[in-house]
Write a protein that binds this ligand. Sequence first.
Ligand code: PLP
Length: 441
Amino acid sequence: MQSRRQRVVELDARHVWHPYTPMDRYLGEGRPLVIDSASGSRLRDLDGRTYLDGNASWWTALLGHQHPRLVAALVDQARRLCHVPLADITHENAALLATELVAVAPPGLSRVFFSDDGSTAVEVALKLALQYWSQNGQPHRRRFVALDGAFHGETLGVTAIGGVEAFRRPFASAVVEAIHVPPPDESGYERAFDAIARCLEEEGEGIAAVVLEPVVQGAGGMRVYDPKYLRDVRALTRDAGVLLVLDEVFTGYGRTGPMWACDHAGIAPDMLCVAKGFSGGLLPMAATLVSEALFEGFRGAPERAFLYGHTFCGNPLGARVALEVLHVYRDEQILAGVAQRADRIAAAFGSLAGVPGVARVRSLGMVGALDLPGPGGYFGSLGRRVYTEALSRGAILRPLGNTVYVTPALNIEVDDLDALLEILSVSVAAVVGAGVTADRE
Ligand SMILES: *Cc1c(COP(=O)(O)O)cnc(C)c1O
């Protein structure tokens, strides 16, 4: 008789199209993980094998899986009210969540516009910026400035400002125009700052907003940069009268140590985008936080309203869970617990720095990353081999091309973290030890 696992794999192979997955490879291998349940930082498959979740399920499960308080809040809310649209209507969870979010946000952000996911949180920021300028006397401000290597999500609008060439290329003729400037990597701060300063000077009146992932460019390869760049760009945008949008979809909620990555620079943007860990990884849920000055630009006649909103934006289930996430952060002192875990991540990655074939080791808060040799970009294959090695040892370390990284839950049990980092070290050593020139695919 067919096992449950065999049946799932067979039906999946016939009908499911997986995201960011070369389907020939996937179908050819024919042995996907089939996850059935989870708890804390462990995922369990249909055969009962467990795996440490090295990336908190695409950076969302910041409090681990199945946190009992989050699940209880979800169940309780589901019994009462699952959905009501936010147009002309409100509900308690939306009002409380917006209030508590503003209370922990960088100063000056007083209005909350809800949406569904990270891409839409940034899309909201782009459309809001364009409409703001068009109805407040500066309609020529139409273009956006973003960094090479930036990742801001999947809609056509945010694909335009994405700086990962492989993700943007197929859509090149269909997306709005954006200007990409070099990112401030380890050696290039001066060059990067000069480039964006020159861009704002030359294009000044045409620029609607600068959009940045603060301090870490996530999907572009966990590139960490100096917060000084953020501070200086904040001053630059203010002087030029250009909006600054910070995309904290990955970095927010303590991923890099403090609540927000922009706290490293002591600055606040005009708009801030939050998603992923916002609902603890339970539900799609996002928000764009906006300054009062921007909000004021949409008041007055009905035609000045922001005529935009996703069907499920601010839905009661997501809002209730997101509210409980903030309460767990407070009650369980989640940010205070990051320091000791961050030290362990830094130490483990630090000790890999000397391994031949390992390059550009970096860590910040609950992010640790290193690069393996070979073709860079999203299609490097050594990272994939580390993934396979780690899987056989009981950890999920899905790489970004040849960038191998960990972004575990912020409250991961220290024993689990040590086990994860040990599997990382052994798996990296196994791959580079087998010959660093083997990356020929
Ligand atoms: C993941 C990500 C997004 C997109 O979020 P989705 O929920 O996948 O739409 C946007 N910005 C950043 C920085 C991200 O890491």
